[in-house]
Design a protein around this ligand. Structure first.
Ligand code: GLY
Ligand code: MN
Ligand code: MN
Length: 431
């Protein structure tokens, strides 16, 4: 059984009785005859491994579980223009479905399949057009009431079950995430070796993309942030069009996608290859915060524990730098750290860079468990202000790694990316 078929079986067991309808993502037009690069829906892909657009998975749970794919038919004319299609016949064997049908038959077949099933599961509320379509099909089933056919009387958002499954990565997923992390680590090393004053940020970005692509990772998992100097203090900076200056830091937040799985790495290093004393002081604080947070990312600690640990180290560091006064407790209590650290310390990572999965259960932060993958990414962003020592102005630093929780502790998937001051300066001096 493929991992995808195994996941379908698990989802049907969790559903108990009912029908699930899970569409992939639509193609999106950019203009005229051009589309944005196609990316399948993550949950659809998780359950099918099928990458073509215009496809819908239908699962029927109960005593005789069935998984059914609706997809595009073979079409010689369209394949000449747009490329290969698996087609309805080959998809059945190749992907292990019990049945496959042309996508054009979806509504008609669903009207048959939905009859006498108690529950309808689909991504409720994710897309208004799908909501309307599902209700219309359900009404068509209701219209058969006099023939003794009942329509589902419960509609459930399938994402609840699916997201909890996706939160725990299996061995095949972890293998892909290790590969994505290793390629991204190489890309960051390439960027460090390439960088010098006088280049534009986009030229460094080109090196990242080159390294991703030459290893088979065609797509970044998210738009790369290549932020020199003050730009590093803009959290979602993606213009990447400024000149890199001697004496500035460069913050790069970039990761590739492999087999649909994201990596997400941030490194910050000096454009000229040598940290200034002030840059080094701030860097060491963020690095210590990250090390403490990674040490706290282990089974039976809560999701929030790494953040709280990082926050204490950062708060003490901000006091030492004279950015904040008082005690660690007072800095945290009053949130006087927030002008310098305004985001949390990580997020789930998987098929989506900000992956699915609840962070709280019954109102409480959930415990970390083996198979979860998260980022650990503390930072410090210092904008110019009269009360701040001038040598700290425009220092923006984030250090981000991808961490898989294991039975005994954790595995830092991105460990191949230089991180200490000594490691970074050595890579930059041995170009
Ligand atoms: N690259 C997106 C993030 O770090 O959350
Ligand atoms: Mn991240
Ligand atoms: Mn990131």
């Amino acid at each position: 059984m493929t991992p995808h078929a195994h996941r379908r079986a698990r989802l049907m067991t969790a559903m108990q009785h009912g029908i699930a309808v899970i569409p992939t993502a639509p193609e999106v037009a950019r203009n005229a005859d051009t589309h944005y690069p196609y990316r399948f829906d993550s949950s659809f892909y998780y359950l099918t491994g099928f990458v073509e657009p215009e496809a819908v998975l239908v699962l029927i749970a109960g005593d005789a579980p069935q998984s059914i794919l609706f997809c595009r038919e073979k079409d010689e004319a369209r394949e000449i223009w747009d490329g290969y299609r698996v087609g309805v016949t080959a998809a059945k064997d190749q992907f292990g479905f019990d049945a496959t049908y042309p996508i054009a038959q979806l509504d008609e077949k669903l009207t048959e399949l939905m009859g006498n099933l108690p529950k309808l599961f689909y991504p409720l509320g994710a897309d208004a057009a799908w909501d309307a379509r599902m209700l219309k099909i359900r009404s068509a089933v209701q219209a058969k009431a006099r023939s003794g056919i009942l329509a589902p009387d419960q509609i459930t958002d399938v994402r609840g079950l699916l997201h909890e499954m996706r939160l725990f990565k299996d061995a095949s997923e972890l293998a892909l995430m290790r590969r994505a992390a290793a390629i991204s680590a190489q890309a960051h090393i390439r960027a460090m070796r390439f960088t010098h004053a006088g280049q534009f940020e986009y030229q460094v970005e080109a090196e990242l993309l080159h390294e991703f692509c030459r290893h088979g990772a065609r797509d970044p998992a998210y738009p790369s942030i290549v932020a020199g100097g003050a730009n590093a203090c803009v959290l979602h900076y993606v213009e990447n069009n400024a000149l890199l200056r001697d004496g500035d830091l460069l913050l790069i937040d970039a990761g590739c996608e492999v087999g649909g799985y994201a990596s997400d790495i941030t490194r910050t290093f000096p454009v000229n290859g040598k940290f200034s004393p002030a840059q080094r002081d701030v860097y060491q604080i963020v690095l210590a915060a990250q090390a403490a947070a990674i040490a706290a990312a282990v089974p039976n600690q809560t999701w929030d524990a790494p953040h709280q640990v990082a926050l204490r180290v950062l708060a003490q560091g901000f006091i030492d730098l004279k950015l904040c006064g008082d005690s660690v407790e007072a800095v945290i209590e009053s949130e006087s750290y927030k002008p310098f650290y305004m985001h949390r310390t990580g997020h789930w990572l998987g098929l989506d860079v900000h992956d699915v999965g609840d962070y709280k259960v019954n109102g409480n932060w959930r415990n970390l468990q083996a198979g979860m993958v998260l980022t650990i990414e503390p930072g410090c962003y210092i904008r110019p202000a009269d009360h701040i020592p001038r040598e700290l102005w425009n220092i923006g630093i984030r250090i981000e790694d991808d961490v898989a929780i294991t039975a005994m502790g954790n595995e830092v998937l991105t460990a191949g990316t230089p991180k200490t001051v000594v490691e970074i300066e050595a890579v930059m001096h041995n170009k």
